[in-house]
Design a protein around this ligand. Structure first.
Ligand code: BTN
Length: 247
């Protein structure tokens, strides 16, 4: 157990050579404010029950357990706010050109660079925020990823220091978590819009058995994706029931 006291008080950073999943560890063993980092994950979790490829020594696998008392009404915005923190942290490390694909993906040049997975403990009072970023993974590392992906090393053309990136993420994320109960939602929507890769683009949305086509028009105050359909009506869609493809 490594106590920092540098980034913020009370919380601890737990670093492991290998875990099944940093999210799983934080859910089972973490307390409020704990950060969990692993060098590799044997059963990294992605959204929608997918596996998150987590080879050793290359990428960032990081989870934070956070408690809200009372639970803010706008809790559904938390994963989007986390995305903003990750995007800012990349810029702090002189990485530019990335954006956010609703609801939780970090993208660069049409390829996935990272993802965010929020998992809640029972009452929603405690949440675990998991962040995975492809840092030094290269195509020849043999990762079996079933969608276009990239890594910071591929973008930069040279290896990127993972630890500075982890510190930058925590330095952006923790203040945002502390301020989250008093989130200025209008400001948040503006910040999101600046990084929103879907904004104004034609999207195909699979919602249950229905396929909708329209223009992505930002997020509402609950973090739902707004789609302007071709009849001019607006649909608000929650990430739980849709998957989005660019048209
Ligand atoms: C996604 O599907 O895009 C979300 C991926 C989230 C991966 C991270 S890696 C750290 C944390 N621990 C996990 O098991 N998953 C998240």
């Amino acid at each position: 157990r490594l106590s920092t006291g540098v980034l913020w008080s009370m919380e601890e950073i737990h670093v492991f050579p290998e875990l099944e999943s940093t999210n799983a560890w934080a859910l089972q063993h973490g307390v409020c404010g704990d950060v969990c980092i692993a060098d590799q994950q044997s059963a990294g979790r992605g959204r929608r029950g997918r596996e998150w490829q987590s080879p050793a020594g290359m990428n960032v696998y990081l989870s934070v357990r956070w408690c809200f008392k009372p639970v803010p009404e706008h809790l559904p915005l938390l994963s989007l706010v986390t995305g903003l923190a990750v995007a800012e942290a990349l810029e702090d490390c002189a990485i530019h050109g990335h954006g956010l694909k609703w609801p939780n993906d970090v993208y660069y040049d049409g390829k996935k660079l990272g993802g965010i997975l929020l998992e809640a403990v029972g009452s929603l009072k405690d949440v675990v925020i998991g962040i995975g970023l492809n840092v030094n993974m290269l195509p020849e590392s043999g990762a079996a990823i079933d969608q276009p992906w990239t890594s910071l090393q591929q973008i930069r053309g040279e290896p990127v220091e993972r630890h500075a990136l982890m510190v930058a993420i925590l330095q952006r994320l923790i203040p945002r978590l502390k301020a989250f109960p008093r989130l200025d939602i209008t400001q948040f929507q503006q910040d999101w819009q600046r990084r929103d890769l879907l904004q104004g683009r034609e999207v195909l949305v699979q919602s249950g058995t229905e396929t909708l086509q329209g223009l992505a028009s930002g997020v509402d105050n609950r973090g739902q994706l707004k789609i302007t359909l071709y009849d001019g009506s607006i649909k608000n869609l929650s990430s739980a029931d849709v998957s989005v493809r660019l048209g």
